[in-house]
Design a protein around this ligand. Sequence first.
Ligand code: NCD
Length: 306
Amino acid sequence: MRHLMSPLDFSVEELDTLLTLAQDIEANPAKYAHACAGKKMATLFYEPSTRTRLSHEAAMLNLGGSIMGFSSADSSSAAKGESVSDTIRTISCYADICAMRHPKEGAPMVACQHSRIPVINAGDGGHQHPTQTLTDLLTIRNLKGRLDHMTIGLCGDLKFGRTVHSLIHALVRYPGIQFILISPEELRLPDYMRQDVLDKLQIPYKEVVRLEDAMPDLDILYMTRVQKERFFNEEDYVRMKDFYILDRKKMKLAPETMYVLHPLPRVNEIAVEVDSDPRAAYFRQVQYGVYVRMALILTLLEIHVD
Ligand code: NCD
């Protein structure tokens, strides 16, 4: 039985197959409309979410399956002190597959060790968010036609942003990838990512503070929100929260062929005026998130549609 804890759980070839399946789902949705008839997905969300929970649910519904779940720890037995391992043993009796989001790093990993059904990590603390990465890869592949030979700018909260950590893990496996890491000093990419991933694999990167300095060189600009809930004190958050605001003026510095991605939710880091720029791809990215999760559910449940 397979789970998805990290984007590295799939080889580059398997990812390619999965993204191609997602593209076929986009082109031929009717073909897949009953593929999961009789199957149930549980969404176990111990942390707030809009897109990740509802896109897993939409994906299962689009496949003809059913959904159940909880959307906050308060409304589950976690509030009574139940452990993740007991909860997952229980859910294994009800559902065929589950997606779990948890504020503690590693909680979905604990779950998969006690689970009889495939577990999808839907975000664990500041650690990983592999289904967002699948979404990001499908978006980049569809927009640029490739996942290799690109300069990717990652901007904002690179310290706590789990989507950034998962995306780096996935992209370093493609040839010719380089990064521009754009963050304030306090929110730099952690050492364990810089040294153990980028330096170790000799991936070219540079770190800059000003977004303007990076814009002209980018193929993709990946904006992120300052992760308020991971800060130890409010003062630091308030100081950091408006550090970057991408606006029309800054977009003028970027190539015509650059695309802006954002895992969302957006707070202030992209001005609403940028939404009408054809290079703003973050709402298209949301739609790709449904197709790729449909492909993921089929893959983990080993359902093949001819
Ligand atoms: C991200 C997350 O939860 O890490 N959101 C998402 O799932 N699309 C990004 C964020 O919350 O900033």
